[in-house]
Design a protein around this ligand. Structure first.
Ligand SMILES: *Cc1c(COP(=O)(O)O)cnc(C)c1O
Length: 370
């Protein structure tokens, strides 16, 4: 029997471990969502998010997971007679392309093999046709542990295709990896909070450029719940369109305060350090699934070069240490395994987790070679 009331500590790439002090924020007394107290909480939180993402544009809070914003970005920013170029390099970017098709849009896919990055020249070649109104891009592909070269892609887009909207899924990147929204020239970027914000799931943050908001006003059939124009009207009053998950806003406010106190440069550096630490271990004991140049600083996908039984190893560590890490995603289930190093996870905790995996390896190998 498993005990959901006492779950293991999570080093899976989302949801990630949430610290006790953050959990306590979710237990505060609730507020009326049209009252002054909520407006204060909302305003403070979005002001901090503007600093965190270096933007003067629109910051929206959504009571949904990030997948809702996949749909929102498409429905608000891509007209029915327009075509979006969906760049696909893993399970999440692939899924976004499917979502865009499900929204009834014209979608062309630019696909690379899982574990390979999307490069600026690949996008350039497609956009040169003049066919596209927008592109979708995943900042950090959580299924393969890969960070796309989003800075280079943004430079190329700004220089050659300033009129094409750039829609970015930054679910496993936001706050952990550099994101200067206005400088990047992006139009929509979003994340759910159970990744690097280190908050329980059920809520998302979205940044929307002024031009995307203006464009959305002329796109029919945007619906209600995910309508950017309606979101913006509510945001002017430091409110949300519908009753938000207020406990999540409280936890978000708390986490933003901590991030700004630490300083975003330090936050990014801390994640880089964790990434380097786990990669060094992975290269010594196994191999990285993707080219190190593109390996993510928020999670590592380890290539299972020793043919260990991933499921059994995860199980054994859960039994002994009440902690789990991630298996490979989908078709990579046993071919890789994934270790999250984002949010409030620490280097010390990672050191401990890796030593436990080492213990399991030693047992399987039955030798001293490890
Ligand atoms: C986790 C994840 C998602 C899905 O987020 P939900 O909160 O489940 O909607 C989307 N994209 C990426 C890159 C992710 O890591």
């Amino acid at each position: 029997m498993v005990d959901w009331k006492n779950p293991p500590r999570l080093f899976i790439p989302g949801p990630v471990k949430v610290n006790e002090d953050v959990l306590q924020q979710l237990a505060r007394p609730t507020l009326g969502h049209r009252g002054k107290e909520y407006a204060q909480l909302h305003g403070e939180t979005t002001d901090m998010l503007k600093k965190i993402f270096f933007t003067d544009q629109n910051v929206f809070l959504s009571t949904s997971s990030a997948s809702g914003i996949w749909e929102a970005a498409i429905r608000n920013c891509v007209g029915l007679d327009e075509t979006v170029l969906a760049t696909c390099c893993g399970a999440f970017s692939d899924k976004w392309a499917t979502v865009a098709k499900n929204c009834g849009r014209n979608v062309d896919e630019l696909k690379v093999e899982w574990g390979k990055p999307i490069l600026p020249e690949m996008i350039d070649e497609k956009l040169a046709t003049g066919k596209y109104a927008a592109i979708t891009l995943v900042y950090n592909e959580t299924s393969t542990g890969l960070t796309n070269p989003v800075g280079q892609i943004s430079e190329m887009m700004k220089e050659k295709y300033p009129d094409v909207l750039v829609l970015v899924d930054a679910v496993s990147a936001m706050v952990a990896l550099p994101l200067r929204f206005d400088d990047l020239g992006w139009d929509v970027v979003f994340a759910s909070v159970q990744k690097a914000f280190a908050i329980p799931p059920g809520f998302a943050v979205a940044l929307v450029s002024n031009r995307a908001l203006e464009k959305s006003k002329n796109i029919p059939g945007r619906g209600y719940y995910f309508n950017f124009e309606l979101w913006a009207k509510s945001a002017e009053k430091s409110q949300t369109l519908v009753t938000p998950s207020i406990p999540h806003v409280m936890a978000l406010n708390y986490q933003c305060e901590k991030l700004l106190k630490e300083g975003m440069g330090n936050v990014w550096q801390r994640h880089k350090q964790m990434g380097e630490f786990v990669r060094a271990w992975a290269k010594e004991k196994f191999a990285l699934f993707c080219d190190e140049k593109y390996a993510s600083n928020t999670l590592t996908a380890v290539k299972n070069t020793r043919g260990i039984n991933v499921a059994e190893t995860i199980n054994a560590i859960q039994q002994k240490h009440d902690t789990i890490f991630g298996n490979g995603y989908g078709k990579l289930k046993e071919e890789t395994f994934r270790i999250a190093h984002m949010g409030d996870i620490t280097l010390d905790e990672l050191r401990e987790l890796l030593s436990w995996i080492d213990d399991e390896l030693a047992k399987v190998a039955g030798t001293a070679e490890i």
